[in-house]
Design a protein around this ligand. Structure first.
Ligand SMILES: [Zn+2]
Ligand SMILES: [Zn+2]
Length: 252
């Protein structure tokens, strides 16, 4: 059995937890402070002492902001990142690089990394433990059809649902920022996420986890209306990640 949840997921900070055994935790991204990471893990009866590895998707602050302090306090944690980021993480002792489409293993989980379109080099993953497969996609301007075959037998799809197009249009963001978010290197809108789900859905998928909601241009209610209510999959449950507090735990 594999467990997955988010500690926090929004434009302020992203961090996700993966484990089969509570004594061997893997964090995907470390975009919240050490204190918050520790406290939120405790709220799920888990201990930061048991974090064995951290995998960083990309070098935007909302995905690595807490990393430095976490690694200074827990120097035995292994850090994994794409080899393009070697210069950014030169000071850390236990680090491993990965390259796209070359699998690596953490605590018996097989990670298959692939590139997703964003304005900074970003990694998505197929994460597999004994056939319990997760498709993990974070910040993404556009869904590349080349990824569809990778996602064919996953049980959990993790995908962002960043903004409501209307919410973004009515927001106080500058025109430049709006353009960046809407671009093919920005983020998926709720409508874009619907289109991706339509493309990749099959009945093996038991959970669809929607995350990285923008506080200013999206909300749980909007994601419910603009994404979840568009589908009626009898065997699939949608989970929406709250902005700054842990999501429910998904077990597959
Ligand atoms: Zn990003
Ligand atoms: Zn982000």
């Amino acid at each position: 059995m594999v467990n997955f949840f988010s500690l926090s997921s929004c434009s302020d900070g992203n961090s996700f937890v993966l484990y089969k055994n509570p004594e061997e935790l893997i964090l995907i991204d470390a975009g919240i402070t050490l204190k918050k990471t520790k406290n939120l893990l405790e709220s799920k009866s888990l201990s930061i002492e048991n974090v064995k590895s951290i995998v960083i998707t990309h070098f935007h602050k909302d995905h690595y902001m807490g990393l430095d302090k976490i690694l200074k306090n827990f120097p035995n944690i292994n850090l994994y990142f794409n080899d393009n980021y070697t210069g950014h993480f030169a000071d850390y002792p236990f680090k491993r690089h990965f390259t796209f489409e070359n699998p690596f293993n953490i605590c018996d989980f097989n990670f298959f990394p692939f590139q997703i379109d964003h304005d900074m080099l970003n990694s998505g993953f197929i994460i597999d433990y004994n056939g319990s497969k997760i498709g993990f996609l974070s910040d993404m301007g556009r869904f590349d059809d080349r990824l569809t075959p990778f996602l064919k037998d996953i049980k959990l799809l993790v995908i962002e649902s960043n903004h409501s197009k209307e919410g973004l249009h009515n927001s106080k963001y500058s025109d430049d920022l709006k353009e960046r978010i809407l671009s093919e290197k920005g983020h998926l809108s709720n409508d874009d996420t619907v289109k991706v789900i339509e493309k990749v859905y099959n009945s093996n998928i038991k959970y669809i986890f929607l995350h990285h909601l923008s506080k200013r241009t999206n909300s749980l209610e909007l994601v419910q209306t603009e994404v979840v209510s568009r589908f009626s999959f009898p065997e699939t449950k949608f989970v929406i990640s709250p902005y700054n507090s842990p999501s429910e735990t998904i077990t597959i």
